[in-house]
Ligand binder design. Structure first.
Ligand code: KG4
Ligand code: ZN
Length: 360
């Protein structure tokens, strides 16, 4: 079975071909960095127009690299939410048109499910497993019980971890996207202890007896540090140290919430799970310090950490095609009347969090 996947929910225009044997025949990602750089963040209208300009060619290249003609594709899967609706519509309508012309099934993919199932594309991983889903728009702790079956245990009450990286980077004058730039600067820090002393930061929610996150206070603390240094004295060394301290605060905050979730998972699923696993996925999971911190946590807790390869952490279409494979196997296809969903929770039954808005 060969599935074409299409991803256009944010600022990546992406197309990929994946088989049910877990072969990634092609995985083309076009990042719209230059289009948005001057604005310091993604501008939805510009993103949607850029998807229109580039998607057809991106699909053509994905087919060429896979050595396939369009009529060899067995199904077309596209992200249909959640995300920036203009971009989502471009990808969804293109996928519907192709599925209709080729007379093959169409599969509407939840972008969050694509992040959640990525480790099943790259490794042997059985349900159930625990997930820390950390992207630009979402920070959630979930249990994957099966395809389309998720329990959401925790979410952010305000900003997502990726947003905290991105907004803090902007405060420090670093370019978008903030996460990779903060990681690069943090890696240059010469003295870790001094960095943490120079820029102390809180570990939000650490003592709350739940699985939720809150990152807006951390961002405000970064703002106070930036304002306490006049721009003339904000030397590279200061920025490196602040980045280091922030990366550490986010890593430890994520890990402390996961530690609680691991205990709950053990109690709820322990007897039926031979190889208990914490999956970390979404763009922020590309961060090496976060991976190492979670690795240490898992080692202590007797869990395995499963983190996708870096190019499958940030947005891509291979993960979308893979959801197509998983759903097709179960006979789950969608009609061409399917409507895009700007908000599409993985666990619709989860209790809403006051003030969390679309991130719930
Ligand atoms: O999953 P993703 O590519 O897009 C969304 O679905 O949102 O995640 C993008 C987020 C951005 O906030 C970006 O700054 C963050 O992932 N990110 C990172 C790193 N690479 C990307 N954050 C920290 N460290 C990184 N190396
Ligand atoms: Zn994503």
């Amino acid at each position: 079975m060969i599935v074409l996947g299409i991803e256009t929910s944010c600022d990546e225009t992406a197309a990929a071909i994946v088989t049910d044997k877990r072969d990634i025949l092609s995985n083309v990602v076009l990042r719209q960095l230059e289009e948005h750089a001057v604005f310091g963040g993604v501008v939805p209208e510009i993103a949607a127009r850029a998807h229109i300009d580039h998607l057809d060619n991106t699909i053509r290249i994905a087919l060429e690299q896979a050595n396939l003609r369009p009529n060899m594709v067995g199904a077309v899967a596209a992200t249909c939410g959640p995300g920036l609706i203009g971009g989502v519509l471009v990808g969804m309508m293109t996928a519907k048109a192709m599925a209709s012309a080729l007379k093959v099934p169409f599969i509407a993919v939840n972008h969050l499910e694509a992040h959640a199932l990525t480790p099943r594309l790259t490794s042997d991983l059985e349900f159930p497993y625990l997930i820390l889903l950390v992207s630009g728009g979402h920070t959630q702790i979930l249990v994957a019980e099966g395809v389309g079956q998720y329990k959401r245990w925790g979410t952010t009450l305000d900003d997502a971890a990726g947003e905290c990286f991105d907004k803090s980077a902007k405060l420090m004058g670093l370019p978008y996207p903030g996460g990779p730039n903060i990681e690069r600067m943090a890696n240059n820090t010469k003295d870790a202890k001094q960095a943490l002393e120079q820029f102390p930061l809180p570990r939000p929610m650490q003592h709350h007896k739940n699985y939720d996150f809150s990152f807006s206070g951390l961002k405000s603390a970064v703002r106070s540090h930036v304002e306490s240094l006049s721009s003339a004295s904000m030397a590279d060394k200061d920025i490196e140290n602040l980045c280091f301290s922030l990366q550490m605060a986010i890593s430890e905050t994520l890990a402390s919430r996961c530690a609680r979730a691991i205990e709950k998972f053990k109690a709820a699923y322990g007897p039926q799970t031979l190889n208990p696993t914490l999956v970390v996925s979404g763009g922020v999971s590309a961060n090496q310090t976060i991976r190492k911190t979670l690795e240490n946590l898992c080692a202590k807790a007797g869990f395995r950490l499963s983190a996708p390869p870096l190019d499958l952490c940030t947005d891509n279409a291979a993960m979308v095609a893979w959801v197509g494979v998983e759903r097709l196997r179960l006979g789950l296809t969608d009609p061409l009347t399917f409507k895009a969903r700007p908000r599409w929770p993985l666990d619709p039954a989860a209790e809403p969090r006051h003030g969390a808005g679309v991130k719930a």
